[in-house]
Design a protein around this ligand. Structure first.
Ligand code: XUL
Ligand code: CO
Length: 437
């Protein structure tokens, strides 16, 4: 196959002074920050769906993307060629990982058997290319939302046969993930939610979703797949209400159904903001529960209320993201996965490079800044000090469960009034962050 990106060579680190749009200014894979290389900290991944299957279509117009390596057909041969173009891109970019949905990489057939056959034929090329380049699969997933059969949901469909189809599809996607030595497997409940409660038996749907995930846990054990399972929160779009709406809702669902030991969360920025939260809020909720697994790195647009999946370039966003990630011990099994797409107007192949280079540099800066803030220690010390009333005296007694209402009443009756409060110093702390940006 001809080169898909003939004019572009391997993207190098040239440092902050470089004016080369095809060079990293901050992401220096081998540079050590806070005890690990940037490559090890960030574990960047390229998504197959937006980057190699995104057409640029929107509800008002058709595709715009120029992808010379793609013949536009739904053939297996075209899908196999596309794999080679994808690996050329990921290799030139220098990202160590990629992620896919089953239906991104291989065309869906007219029967499940035909789809599985197509998938195997493309997986063979994925395996060859992984071997040739050393690029690894961060996670795989099944697209159980695009096909019209999933109109009412997959695991939460009112149609039991559709549930069975989803199970069969997930089974195959897990097998291929395992075969390609994937390091994880993600569940995003694309249509696991409702459009109206008038036609919905929510309790039954949630129980079915839990049953599907339990089956996946059991099958994982059967085939000896050791990768991490992730569940990806999103509050709405395509449905009005998705059951996996945010970190807290996912954790509650997993806990209620005895699934928590088997899952971590894959937190996506634009999903966090759609849920009315910040990315950092979602990371903290997951981190506090020991369930921070991976991130889908992107950003929304302040003025648009939907999942615009833009590449992250905001240094505050990446700094706060990395502050929380470092606080919880860094990314372990997951990665920084660019679930992001170039704008419809950015239709040339080179735009894919600009987008990813920008995202990787923004995260490298976020990492360096967050590490510097942690090394400086003032922020952490401030927070420790803020809670110091809990380190001894009555606070320590409450935390250790040694006192109840009666003892606390006696404590306050003896004092007459609580000790005075200290300022929260939000502005001081915001200025402190700005010292590092
Ligand atoms: C959709 C989304 C998905 C998941 C994988 O908003 O984020 O692409 O990441 O299914
Ligand atoms: Co995502």
């Amino acid at each position: 196959m001809q080169s898909a990106f003939p004019k572009i060579s391997k993207i190098k680190f040239e440092g902050p002074k470089s004016k080369n749009p095809l060079a990293f200014k901050h992401y220096n894979a081998s540079e050590v920050v806070a005890g690990k290389t940037m490559r090890e900290h960030l574990r960047f991944a390229v998504v197959y769906w937006h980057t190699f299957r995104g057409t640029g279509s929107d509800p008002f117009g058709s595709g715009t993307m120029l992808r010379p390596w793609d013949d536009g057909t739904n053939s297996v041969a075209n899908a196999q060629n596309r794999v080679r173009a994808a690996f050329e891109f990921i290799e030139k970019l220098g990202a160590p990982y990629y992620c896919w949905h089953d239906r991104d990489v291989a065309p869906e057939g007219s029967t499940l058997a035909e789809s599985n056959k197509n998938f195997d034929a493309v997986a063979k090329v994925l395996k060859e290319e992984q071997k040739r380049t050393g690029i690894k699969l961060l996670w795989g997933t099944a697209n159980a939302f695009s096909n019209p059969r999933y109109m009412h949901g997959a695991g939460t469909s009112c149609n039991a046969d559709v549930f069975a189809y989803a199970a069969a599809q997930i089974k195959k996607a897990m097998e291929v993930t395992h075969e390609l030595k994937g390091e994880g497997y993600t569940f995003w409940g694309g249509r696991e939610g409702y459009m109206t409660l008038l036609n919905t038996d929510m309790k039954r749907e949630l129980n079915h979703l839990a049953a599907l995930l339990h089956m996946a846990v059991a099958y994982k054990k059967q085939i000896g797949f050791k990768g991490q399972f992730y569940i990806e929160p999103k509050p709405k779009e395509p449905t009005k209400h998705q059951y996996d709406s945010d970190s807290a809702a996912c954790l509650n669902f997993l806990r209620e159904h005895g699934l928590l030991p088997h899952f971590k969360l894959n937190i996506e920025t634009n999903h966090a903001t759609l849920a009315g939260h910040t990315m950092q809020h979602e990371l903290e909720v997951a981190g506090a529960a020991g369930a921070l697994g991976s991130i889908d790195a992107n950003t929304g647009d302040e003025l648009l209320g939907w999942d615009t999946d833009q590449f992250p370039t905001n240094i505050y966003l990446t700094t706060y993201t990395m502050l929380s990630i470092l606080k919880y011990g860094g990314i372990k099994t997951g990665g920084v996965n660019f679930d992001a797409k170039v704008r419809r107007e950015s239709f040339e192949p080179i735009d894919l490079f600009h987008a990813h280079i920008g995202g990787m540099d923004a995260f490298a800066r976020g990492l360096k800044i967050a590490a510097a803030i942690r090394k400086d220690g003032r922020l952490e010390k401030f927070v420790q000090q803020r809670y110091s009333s809990w380190d001894s005296g009555i606070g320590a007694k409450i935390e250790s469960g040694k006192v109840g209402f009666k003892e606390l009443e006696a404590h306050i009756l003896a004092k007459g009034e609580a000790d005075s409060n200290s300022s929260g110093r939000q502005e001081f702390l915001e200025n402190l962050i700005n010292e590092f940006i």
